[in-house]
Design a binder for this molecule. Structure first.
Ligand code: ACO
Length: 453
């Protein structure tokens, strides 16, 4: 099959959020720490009515309905998540409820887990399946979903929640580039979830940032080498390969620093850097070593300044959902893709190439690229993809703001109840967006029942 890639994309985020300015006040930190220091505006969260299964049910059904896809046309379904509520039964099997009426049970794939990377692993698996001898001609469906919550303290403000579903198949309007996928995998304890009874991770914040930036350097170097070999990097800068650069976003400031860092990578690789143009002000950095600079303020300031304009052009738009919802974990990168598409028109998006960096603590990371087709036919797949996300901003604005005090109570409620059985959730159903699946009951054997609003 040719032109394998993403045919449709759907995003779901919770209907309630807490405002980061109000959260700064509530947490007693200095004004601007979350909003300016981390670059976050709002954080989406879920009451006890939502769990990983409801997020996935909601986003999958929305994607199927909006695109008029028959459940019988799906041959593979895989979920990437780190929100584990069952150590054996996959979220994918719960999604099979949606397939019941169609009679289609011939659907490969289960769940994939490694922190925020599971969605990317699922996407790669789906693409590999379509390109393989196992492919049966049907679509693959990839779901990335998570509820990201942290214990009280300095990491709590970097939470979020949501899900993205992507329809994968041939003749796609958004095609994956072959031969450039690059990875960096390593054993490290930067962020992990050893406490099975808790939803919260154990985090070494500073180490996680260092690991993220190191993984970015490694993936970018390998991606650069492969992009040269594949002939998509024709000049002497990898930044010119992509019209947009999308990153897994723990918080937006880290993404801006990451964008600056790839300019630094290009600069160090360039044998005759243009100091009067792109690299103005970087003369003193000629001999630095990347691994010495993770927290070097002088280097960071210099490259942030040098890359500011390009960041505004190539990455800023893609941070819409990250800024407004927070770190959704596995869907974060794909929320970036949704954000990018939502800021484009059919004319502006045609033939654009996006470079994506996926990072999951522990750690697993990859860089790869996708290119939009130039098929601008009315009613065609590219137009449908662009149109399907044109109301993203409006959807974000239609959410309800909740006071930090109440957000805090919801977090306590989740802490106390998320493993209880039997349990009947108490969170409001009417506050959910229409079409949202919610948890109606957990029986004494931990079997969960869901209904749709
Ligand atoms: N106005 C403006 N900026 C401010 C203010 C203020 N009033 N106060 C602080 N800042 C700045 C700081 O200077 C700092 O900037 P810098 O990053 O450029 O140095 C930034 O705000 C954050 O402040 P810190 O004191 O560094 O924050 P803290 O250490 O309390 O927590 C952290 C930040 C480590 C990111 C924490 O929220 C965390 O652990 N989050 C979860 C882990 C994480 O997201 N890791 C990233 C990769 S792994 C993953 O995806 C989960």
């Amino acid at each position: 099959p040719q032109e394998v890639g993403i045919l449709a994309l759907e995003i779901y985020f919770p209907s309630q959020y807490v405002d980061q300015t109000q959260l700064e006040l509530f947490d007693g930190v200095s004004a601007g720490k979350y909003t300016v220091g981390l670059g976050q505006s709002k954080m989406g969260f879920c009451s006890d009515r939502e769990d990983i299964n409801t997020l996935c049910l909601t986003v999958v059904q929305k994607l199927m309905e909006r695109n008029g896809i028959d459940y019988g046309d799906i041959g593979r379904l895989e979920v990437g998540t780190e929100t584990i509520i069952d150590k054996s039964k996959s979220a994918k099997t719960v999604l099979m409820q949606l397939f019941e009426d169609s009679g289609n049970t011939d659907v490969e794939g289960v769940d994939t887990t490694n922190a925020c990377y599971g969605g990317t692993a699922a996407l790669f698996n789906a693409i590999n399946w379509v390109e393989s001898s196992s492919w049966d001609g049907r679509y693959a469906l990839v779901v990335a979903g998570d509820i990201a919550v942290y214990a009280t303290g300095n990491a709590r403000c970097t939470g979020g929640a949501g899900a993205v579903a992507m329809l994968v198949g041939p003749d796609a309007p958004l095609v994956i580039d072959r031969g450039v996928r690059s990875s960096h995998m390593q054993h490290v304890y930067d962020f992990y979830k050893p406490d099975m009874a808790s939803e919260y991770p154990t985090v070494d914040g500073k180490l996680s940032i260092q690991c993220y930036l190191h993984a970015l350097d490694k993936c970018y170097e390998r991606f650069t080498n492969k992009a040269i070999a594949a002939g998509i990097r024709t000049g002497n800068s990898t930044l010119d390969v992509g019209d947009a650069f999308l990153f897994h976003s723990p918080y937006c400031k880290l993404v801006q620093k990451s964008f600056a860092r790839i300019l630094l990578n290009d600069f160090l690789r360039d044998s005759s850097p243009d100091f009067s143009g792109r690299y103005a002000g970087l003369e003193a950095l000629r001999d630095i070593k990347l691994e010495d600079t993770y927290f070097d303020r002088a280097v960071e300031n210099a490259v942030m300044t040098a890359s500011k304009e390009l960041f505004d052009v190539k990455t800023k738009q893609a941070l819409l959902v990250a800024n407004q919802v927070g770190n959704m974990y596995t869907p974060s990168l794909y929320g970036g893709l949704a954000s990018f598409i939502s800021g484009q028109t059919l004319d502006s998006i045609a033939r654009k190439r996006v470079v994506l960096f996926s990072y999951g603590s522990g750690l697993a990371s990859s860089m790869f690229s996708l290119q939009f087709s130039d098929n601008k036919a009315a009613g065609g797949a590219l137009e449908r993809l662009v149109n399907s996300l044109s109301d993203l901003k409006q959807r974000l604005e239609s959410r309800q703001c909740v006071r930090p005090e109440d957000f805090d109570s919801y977090m306590k409620l989740r802490e106390q109840t998320h493993h209880l059985a039997p349990y009947t959730p108490v969170g409001s159903v009417s506050v959910l967006f229409p079409g949202t699946w919610y948890l109606s009951e957990v029986d004494s054997m931990h079997r969960r029942k869901y209904e749709r609003r």
